[in-house]
Design a protein around this ligand. Sequence first.
Ligand SMILES: Cc1cc2nc3c(=O)[nH]c(=O)nc-3n(C[C@H](O)[C@H](O)[C@H](O)COP(=O)(O)O)c2cc1C
Length: 211
Amino acid sequence: MAPPVSADQWLAAAKYRRTVYGLKSTSAVSDERVEQILGEVLSFAPSSYNTQPVRITLVTGEKHKGLWDAIIKEAEPILKGAGEEVWKTMSGIFAAHKGAYGSVVFWESGNSIKEAGEKHASGAHMFPQFAEHTTGMAQILVWTALELEGLGANLQHLQAIPPVEAVIKQYLDVPQDYSLKAHLNYGDEAQPHPEKVPEKLPLSETLKVVN
Ligand SMILES: Cc1cc2nc3c(=O)[nH]c(=O)nc-3n(C[C@H](O)[C@H](O)[C@H](O)COP(=O)(O)O)c2cc1C
């Protein structure tokens, strides 16, 4: 089978993806199309031994707002406990996330990791790490695809506050063995798509060729 796009086209598409914080409460891309993209990623993304530990929940419109209301309610006393300044900063950030149109929530299935370890006993100690790699691969595919559709998106990690993760699990009614890995807020962009890639380390530090 001939490759559908060139490597340069693929890299240009991947490079287009940016962290976009200014998001609107609208989406020019239908929920059905986003669902299709998520299904597509789940249908081909790699995982160790093809064990497929990734689970995804799509939350849109009023349910996205409700999810963020639940997050904010749970986080407020905890973050206020860390200092009024912390809450002042974070409440503004959370309000902006609530103002987006939707969330793609990435989970890791604990049962799938357990079963993978039972099936491939010699590699059992590696499956938690493999699952982390696997979710990252799915996340970058989804994030890039949504932005190529014309949306903006930013990646958040509410599991940093365990009671907030518990509230998200409850709101989205996922099985107890799921653990939260990432939360991609998305929506129409409130400003032109960022063009500049944030500065990177010199390749002399990050890349070595041995030949
Ligand atoms: C593993 C990972 C975790 C990240 N966590 C967060 C986060 O919790 N909140 C956030 O606003 N951005 C988060 N980001 C986005 C980075 O800050 C962003 O990718 C980086 O600054 C480069 O900008 P770019 O996404 O426009 O290329 C995360 C990115 C990665 C890859």
